[in-house]
Design a protein around this ligand. Structure first.
Ligand code: FAD
Ligand code: SF4
Ligand code: SF4
Length: 382
C-alpha cells in the first residue's frame, strides 16, 4: 500500500504480476459501489456499557467495550488473535493494521484511529489452519473482508467474529500533519485522537477526550476535541461522503459512542447486536466479568445517531462534496494549515462570546425571577 496525493492508502499494483482478474475491484466496496446497508440500521438488541477493568475503560475511545470483548475472547480461547489498527508510534502518525496475539497487544490498540487505515493489508492471504481471528473494522473494512472472503476460503473459515465500529468518516493522513503543526511538535511520535486523561489548559478531562500529541522528548500536548470536530470537513475524502453504511450492517456486533443514552465522563460504548454469534460473544464477556452492559431502547440511540444521506441536496452540502473531491485528489497542502486554524479560532471566539452572552442574560434575569417568586408567594399569603 502507498499514500495517495490526497493522503489516503491506495494499493500499489505490480503490472508485471497482475493478471487483470478483477478480484480486487470486486472486493472493494468503494469500487463496486455496493455499500447500501442491509437490514435495520439499529437492531432490536441494543445495549450500553463499559469495560469492567478501569484501566481498559480509561484508555479506550468510548467505554472500552471492544477491548473488553477481545480480552474475553482471547482469555476463553475462542480466538487466537485479532486484526486491529494501531498508531505504530514511529513518528509516521499513520495507523496500520496488525494481528494482536496477547492481552497486552490488544490493550495497546485501544482508541479510535481517525486517519484512514489500510487494515486488511495486515491479514495474511492464507490464514493458517488452527487460527481463529476476530476482526475489528469500520463498515467499509468489514464489507471488503466479507466480499474477499467469498473468494478466499481461509478468510471465510478463520475469521470467527466481525466486530464493527460505527463510522461517520475517516480522514486524510494530512489531518495528522495538521495536528502535529498545531501542537508545534516537530518531533511528534504518536497521536491519540481521543484521550480521556489528557488535560486541556482549562482543566477539562473525560469523554470524549482531547487530542494528545506525544513527542520523542516525552512531552504531551493536548488539543481540544472540538478542533477535530470543526476541522474534519477540511480533511474528509469523497469516498466517506458517498458512504451509506455508517452503522456497519455486516458486522456481528457493532460499537459506537453512546450519544443519547450516556454522557458519563469515564465513557461508555453503545452496542448494536446484529447476529446470534455477536450476542453469544457479548454474553460470554459479560458472564466472565469483562463487560458491564444494560439494555437500551434502539429509539433512544437512533434519535441522536444520524446516518447522513450520500446525495448532496443543499448548496452547503454540494460545497462540501466539492471540497471533498479536492481533498481526495490533491490532499491539503501545508500552506492551508494557517487558514484552517484561523477558521477554527474565529468559530471558537464566536462560540465563547455567545456562551458569555447567555451567561450574562441568565445572571441578569436572576433578580427578576427571585422578585417574581417573592411577589407570587406574597400574593398567595395575602
Ligand atoms: C474512523 C472512525 C470513525 C468513527 N465515527 C463514529 C461516529 O460517527 N459515531 C459513533 O458513534 N462512533 C464512531 N466511531 C466509533 C467510536 O469512536 C469507538 O471506536 C467505538 O465507540 C468503540 O469504542 P470502545 O471504547 O468500545 O473501543 P476501544 O476499546 O477503544 O477499542 C477500539 C478498537 O477499534 C480499533 N480501531 C480503531 N480505529 C480503527 C480503524 N481506523 N480501523 C480499524 N480498527 C480501528 C482499535 O484497534 C481497537 O481495537 C468511529 C471510530 C472510528 C475509528
Ligand atoms: S486481484 Fe487480480 S486484478 Fe487485482 S491486482 Fe491482483 S491480479 Fe490484478
Ligand atoms: S464513512 Fe464509510 S467509507 Fe468512510 S471510513 Fe467510514 S465506513 Fe469507510
Amino acid at each position: 500500500m502507498e499514500e495517495s496525493a490526497g493522503g489516503f492508502p491506495v494499493p500499489r499494483v505490480d503490472d508485471a504480476l497482475c493478471t487483470r482478474c478483477g478480484l480486487c475491484l470486486q472486493s472493494c466496496p468503494g469500487a463496486k459501489g455496493d455499500d447500501a446497508p442491509s437490514g435495520d440500521l439499529f437492531p432490536d438488541r441494543c445495549f450500553v456499557g463499559h469495560a469492567v477493568d478501569p484501566e481498559v475503560r480509561r484508555r479506550s475511545a468510548s467505554g472500552g467495550g471492544v477491548t473488553a470483548l477481545l480480552l474475553s475472547l482471547l482469555d476463553s480461547g475462542e480466538i487466537t488473535g485479532a486484526l486491529l489498527a494501531k498508531d505504530p508510534g514511529d513518528g509516521s502518525l499513520r495507523p496500520k493494521g496488525f494481528v494482536a496475539r496477547t492481552a497486552e497487544e490488544i490493550r495497546s490498540a485501544a482508541g479510535s484511529h481517525y486517519v484512514a487505515t489500510p487494515l486488511l493489508a495486515a491479514l495474511p492471504n492464507r490464514i493458517p489452519e488452527g487460527e481463529r481471528l476476530a476482526v475489528v473494522g469500520l463498515p467499509c473494512q468489514i464489507r471488503a473482508l466479507e466480499n474477499a472472503a467469498r473468494r478466499n476460503r481461509s478468510w471465510n473459515d478463520r475469521v470467527v467474529l466481525k466486530i464493527g465500529l460505527v463510522c461517520d468518516r475517516s480522514l486524510s493522513a494530512r489531518v495528522a500533519d495538521y495536528a502535529k503543526w498545531r501542537a508545534g511538535a516537530d518531533d511528534a511520535v504518536r497521536i491519540s485522537w481521543r484521550d480521556k486523561g489528557a488535560r486541556l489548559p482549562d482543566g477539562r478531562t473525560g469523554w470524549p477526550g482531547a487530542i494528545r500529541v506525544e513527542t520523542a522528548s516525552g512531552k504531551e500536548i493536548a488539543l481540544p476535541t472540538q478542533e477535530r470536530m470543526w476541522v474534519k470537513d477540511r480533511f474528509t475524502g469523497l469516498h466517506c461522503r458517498l458512504c451509506e453504511d455508517k452503522f456497519n450492517s455486516r458486522a456481528d456486533v457493532v460499537f459506537g459512542d453512546p450519544y443519547g443514552v450516556s454522557d458519563a465522563p469515564e465513557g461508555e460504548s453503545a452496542v448494536l447486536v446484529r447476529t446470534d454469534r455477536g450476542a453469544e460473544a457479548l454474553e460470554n464477556a459479560r458472564a466472565a466479568g469483562f463487560l458491564e452492559l444494560r439494555r437500551v431502547e434502539k429509539a433512544a440511540l437512533a434519535a441522536k445517531h444520524k446516518a447522513k444521506s450520500s446525495t448532496p441536496r443543499t448548496d452547503a452540502e454540494k460545497a462540501l462534496f466539492e471540497l471533498s473531491r479536492k481533498v481526495s485528489e490533491r490532499g491539503v497542502p501545508s500552506e492551508e494549515f494557517p487558514e484552517i486554524a484561523a477558521l477554527y479560532e474565529s468559530r471558537l471566539r464566536k462560540e465563547n462570546r455567545a456562551r458569555l452572552r447567555r451567561r450574562i442574560v441568565r445572571i441578569a434575569k436572576k433578580p427578576f425571577s427571585v422578585l417574581r417568586t417573592f411577589l407570587r408567594k406574597a400574593a398567595r399569603h395575602g
